[in-house]
Design a protein around this ligand. Structure first.
Ligand code: DAH
Length: 330
């Protein structure tokens, strides 16, 4: 009988337990047979045997019930786990995420300007011809549109080629003074080592009533900003042309690869172009109904900044999702 009690412990599931119970107390069970034999006994012997059997039965049932409860609980848990995702499981080998270099560069620039009280503006990625070109003093058939060929929809809609239309939208919705930046994706029909059909720009615009701001303000803001981004670089302004600014300039920094000595990246010029800027053209103010205002603006390519900061040679690699590149930015 001791063996039968030990068998309870050995059962691995409730099925085995039930079978054991049938084996012991079922119709043809081992102990059932012992109880049946009692009728052939008499007197003290019968009493003695009955006592032993009843005590065994009681003990067996107690141990059986405890084991049954234990196994049942385990089986319910196992059934639940089978279907459910285990949220308590922590995989120490799981890879941790990190910001993409474009996003972290963008965040750094946004952070810089929002701390100086610039507002953060947004515009639609599917833009209309008026905001993307016309209002920025780029009428139809203007040769400067050539550099910004893009993807067109019906009804004069297009994938915006620059973040400059957000200047127009912001001026249409607010009165001066304005201090804004507008980050976002832009699109062009380009593809080579330094151009992808989708890339990111950040636009900056300051407008003041009357002639309160000048090119000197723009220069000093940009020098501060570029030193914040690239460290101790030289900053150079080159006269240029943008239809929406007059005068316009392109801004170069001393080459971060060769420190002005001349290398392949800066094409031996010692300088690298990082953005376009200028004083807002009167025609642009006219197009949004602003009178007696002065302002300055710039537009920069975020990928270009990220490439220079992290010394990434091929712009396209930023969009290939290659883990070997991305893992370096954890
Ligand atoms: N939108 C111009 C481009 O994509 C960049 C630019 C130049 C923006 C001068 C400006 C600016 O705001 O003043 O090429």
């Amino acid at each position: 009988m001791e063996d039968l009690l030990k068998s309870i412990e050995l059962c691995k599931n409730t099925d085995e337990l039930e079978k054991l119970k049938v084996f012991v107390f079922g119709k043809k069970g081992a102990i059932t047979a012992e109880f049946a034999k009692l009728k052939d006994l008499e007197g003290d012997e019968k009493k003695e045997k009955a006592k032993i059997l009843n005590e065994f039965k009681e003990k067996f049932n107690l141990e059986f019930d405890a084991k049954f409860a234990e196994l049942k609980e385990k089986e319910i848990k196992e059934a639940e786990l089978k279907d459910a995702f285990n949220f308590t499981y922590f995989d120490l080998n799981a890879t941790k995420g990190a910001f993409h270099p474009i996003m972290s560069t963008m965040d750094k620039i946004i952070d810089y300007f929002t701390r100086m009280n610039f507002s953060l503006e947004e515009g639609p990625i599917i833009e209309d011809d008026f905001h993307n070109f016309e209002a920025l003093n780029l009428p139809k058939f203007h040769p400067a549109r050539d550099m910004q060929d893009t993807f067109y929809f019906a009804n004069s809609l297009l994938l915006r080629t620059q973040t400059s239309p957000v200047q127009i939208r912001t001026m249409q919705n607010t009165k001066p003074p304005i201090r804004m930046i507008a980050p976002g994706a832009v699109f062009r029909r380009d593809f080579d080592m330094t151009h992808t059909p989708m890339f990111h720009q950040i636009e900056m615009l300051v407008v003041e009533p009357n002639n309160n701001v000048s090119f000197a303000n723009l220069k000093s803001i940009l020098e501060e900003f570029l030193k914040y981004m690239f460290g101790d670089v030289k900053v150079r302004f080159r006269p240029s042309f943008f239809p929406f600014t007059e005068p316009s300039a392109e801004v170069d920094i001393s080459c971060v690869f060769c420190n002005c000595k001349g290398c392949r990246v800066c094409k031996n010029t010692g300088y690298i172009e990082v953005m376009g800027c200028g004083m807002v053209h009167p025609a642009v103010f006219n197009n949004v109904g602003y009178k007696n205002c002065s302002g300055y603006a710039f537009g920069l390519g975020v990928e270009r900044f990220a490439m220079l900061i992290h010394k990434i040679p091929d712009l396209r690699s930023l969009f290939e999702g290659d883990k070997r590149l991305l893992e370096q930015f954890k």
